[in-house]
Design a protein around this ligand. Structure first.
Ligand code: PNS
Length: 186
């Protein structure tokens, strides 16, 4: 959904477009923190969900697009889209100059640096910009959220509230063996 129709062509040339690529299965409060801070740095942030046929996700791409759109509706310069193939190819197609990624810990650094270097070999025009994840989300990932929910834990403090409801519903439907009842954080 494009929400920057108010800009004319000249203004679009002047502003920096950043792609925030990822799986977002599901979007977490950590992702949202990066999107909000990125939207203050860049003219337009495009949150781009990778359509990855090699993964079996918890949510379909369509569901993830809806979850992200709802989570970012307060941010007028954020667009949500999906892509397949190389991130750099998608970034070029969208006229983006930057890739936005969050860095949580040293463990992220190696993988992220390798990815940034690889992307640089594919396009020297596109820069990867890292934002350090806010302290309170330094442990948080989509896989942690799925793991907690799978064993019946509460994810209310980890994801936007509408996403938490989707997750509880999903595990109640798909995983009747595990305990879908929310538990209090101890
Ligand atoms: O949320 P994730 O799973 O950490 O996101 C990883 C993602 C989607 C950014 C990365 O896997 C990616 O860019 N995939 C597209 C293929 C690509 O461009 N590969 C070259 C970089 S190694």
């Amino acid at each position: 959904m494009i929400r920057y129709n108010h800009l004319n062509k000249f203004e679009i040339f002047l502003i920096v477009i950043a792609i925030y690529p990822g799986s977002f299965d599901p979007i977490t409060l950590g992702h949202l923190d990066i999107i909000e801070r990125g939207s203050r740095l860049f003219g337009i942030v495009i949150v781009a969900v990778l359509r990855n046929p090699n993964k079996t996700p918890l949510f379909t791409v369509q569901q993830r697009l809806e979850q992200i759109s709802l989570s970012t509706q307060h941010l007028p310069n954020v667009e949500v889209d999906s892509f397949d193939g190389l991130t750099v190819g998608y970034a070029k197609m969208r006229g983006a100059q930057a890739l936005l990624r969050g860095l949580r810990a040293i463990s992220d650094f190696e993988v992220e640096l390798q990815m940034a270097h690889t992307n640089k070999t594919l396009s020297t025009q596109i820069e990867t910009v890292f934002l350090a994840t806010s302290n309170e989300y330094s442990f948080l990932s989509s896989s942690v959220v799925r793991e907690v929910a799978r064993f019946g834990g509460s994810v209310d403090h980890l994801v936007p509230s509408h996403v938490a409801l989707d997750i509880y519903q999903c595990y109640a439907q798909n995983h009747p063996v595990s305990n879908p009842i929310k538990t209090e954080v101890i």
